[in-house]
Design a protein around this ligand. Structure first.
Ligand SMILES: Cc1cc2nc3c(=O)[nH]c(=O)nc-3n(C[C@H](O)[C@H](O)[C@H](O)COP(=O)(O)OP(=O)(O)OC[C@H]3O[C@@H](n4cnc5c(N)ncnc54)[C@H](O)[C@@H]3O)c2cc1C
Length: 439
């Protein structure tokens, strides 16, 4: 029987829930974290890239060095589009730990800060008083019990039970147009010298192939391709399909000479969305509230970022900071959500993006803008000035490359839409900050 009254019950104990619990426990809050899974365990539906921005949040949590000890630092990121390659350097480094080890480390971080952890404990319902959520009903080894608290947080992933129970509405949602498969291979002993220990993503035709150096002396190697392709063949023989696809590419062939160390895992359908992330007595964090195309590898880092912001809101107390957290999350995420969507589009490798890559490849000043985007110092929609983009596009048109026009116009429309929506979202933050009208 789980009993007692907590400041916060966090449902889900992985990338979003465990850091939130550590932040809250360090702020002196009484926190219970429950997870339906038998933790520590793997989260197989994920690859592993933690952005340098995310590593800095782990440093704030006092966990960064433990992650760095676990997995080799990744300071080079190779981004290819057809024949054009942009190499980005991140002195502070990212990291690609396997989730079994990362999630165990995050969970231990929550426990050592003073959070209580209950695993194999599934939330099946919420306790409500009037319109306010004030606890959860859990099931553990067939026994149901009530746990009361001030705030319930759903950190329970994209199929969030908490989101369903509170009826958190979805917005900006769409069905992802791609499938992805990946598996683990031995990391060659000289990978650091031959490949700079780089994380690599290369788009060719409508496919993208990627390699991240992970711990256990392994590489995670995978491919994404349009859902309209022959998914049935992949489902029948994922390891064979993946191995053949990687062997067919000169950049990757030498890395998959040995057989894979694991089965190939895959995701063939995914819906990406924002969800309302706060209400009376409840909030959502991580994939429960915002799930985006994984192509640029933002999910883990954003879960850390939002856990930090939500912990600060919960520490302030009351519903208004929770609403502000939600609105601010939208402002900080909207451009990245659409950036991830752009990268995951089947038509990402088009004559216009090829033109942009051709200008940036080998140009340190322009390549630095990609670094600034990844480091969140620059909006992906302001990486290049209107003047630069017009000059490049008209130059291409003058050389008879009319195929740049359509994707150029489309990119402009997406940029305009995102800018307008961002303005709208900023106003919603201001509305929460505004003093209430006089009675
Ligand atoms: C194919 C793929 C590749 C990806 N690659 C990357 C990458 O390289 N880099 C990156 O940053 N992001 C990546 N992501 C995204 C990343 O995996 C997620 O953003 C991240 O796992 C979110 O963590 P989370 O804690 O919110 O949710 P989850 O990791 O889904 O954890 C949710 C937890 O909640 C628990 N739970 C669920 N329901 C209940 C319940 N009712 N009661 C109690 N517990 C419950 C579950 O058991 C689980 O442990 C990828 C995603 C996919 C699909």
């Amino acid at each position: 029987m789980v009993g007692g009254t907590y400041d916060c019950v966090v449902v889900g104990a992985r990338c979003a829930g465990a850091p939130l619990a550590r932040f809250l426990a360090r702020a002196g809050k009484r926190v219970l974290v429950v997870d339906a899974a038998a933790l520590p365990s793997d989260q197989p539906m994920s690859t592993h890239f933690i952005q340098p921005f995310g590593m800095r949040i782990l440093d704030e949590l006092g966990l960064g060095d433990r992650v760095r000890e676990l997995a080799p630092p990744v300071t080079t990121f190779v981004n290819g589009l057809g024949p054009h390659v942009i190499q980005l350097e991140f002195p502070s480094g990212g990291s690609c730990p396997r989730r079994t080890e990362l999630d165990a480390l995050l969970l231990e971080g929550a426990r050592e800060a003073g959070a209580e952890i209950r695993t194999r404990c599934r939330v099946i319902d919420l306790i409500r008083e009037h319109d306010r959520v004030c606890g959860v009903i859990v099931e553990h080894e067939g026994v149901r019990s009530e746990i009361r608290c001030t705030v319930v947080v759903g950190a329970d992933g994209r199929f969030s039970t908490v989101a369903r129970l509170v009826g958190a509405e979805e917005y900006y949602g769409y069905d992802g147009p791609r499938c992805a498969y990946w598996a683990y291979w031995p990391r060659p002993a000289d990978y650091a010298t031959t490949h700079d220990n780089a994380a690599i993503i290369v788009h060719d035709d409508d496919d993208a192939r990627f390699v991240f150096p992970v711990n256990r002396d392994q590489l995670v190697i995978g491919m994404t391709f349009p859902s309209t392709d022959d998914v049935a063949a992949w489902k029948q023989d994922p390891e064979g399909q993946l191995t053949n696809a990687m062997r067919a590419h000169p950049r990757f062939a030498s890395l998959v000479e040995a057989p894979p160390l694991s089965r190939a895992l895959g995701i063939v359908k995914a819906r990406f969305f924002f969800r309302r992330a706060a209400g009376p007595g409840w909030a959502l964090v991580g994939d429960a509230g915002l799930f985006k195309d994984p192509t640029p590898g933002l999910g883990i880092t954003d879960a850390f970022r939002d856990a930090r912001a939500l912990a600060a809101a919960i520490a302030l107390g009351g519903d208004e900071p929770l609403e502000r957290y939600w609105r601010q999350r939208d402002v900080e995420s909207l451009e990245l959500f659409h950036f991830a969507r752009d990268l995951g589009e089947v038509s990402y490798n088009n004559p216009f993006t090829q033109l942009v890559f051709s200008k940036c490849s080998g140009n340190p000043v322009l390549s630095q803008r990609f670094v600034d985007v990844v480091e969140r110092r620059l909006s992906p929609y302001e990486a290049f000035t209107v003047g630069e983009v017009l000059r490049w596009t008209f130059g291409a048109l003058l050389r008879g490359r009319f195929s740049v026009l359509k994707p150029f116009v489309r990119a402009g429309k997406v940029g305009g839409y995102v800018k307008k929506e961002l303005e709208r979202r900023r106003k919603l933050v201001q509305r929460v900050l505004a003093p209430p009208p006089p009675p």
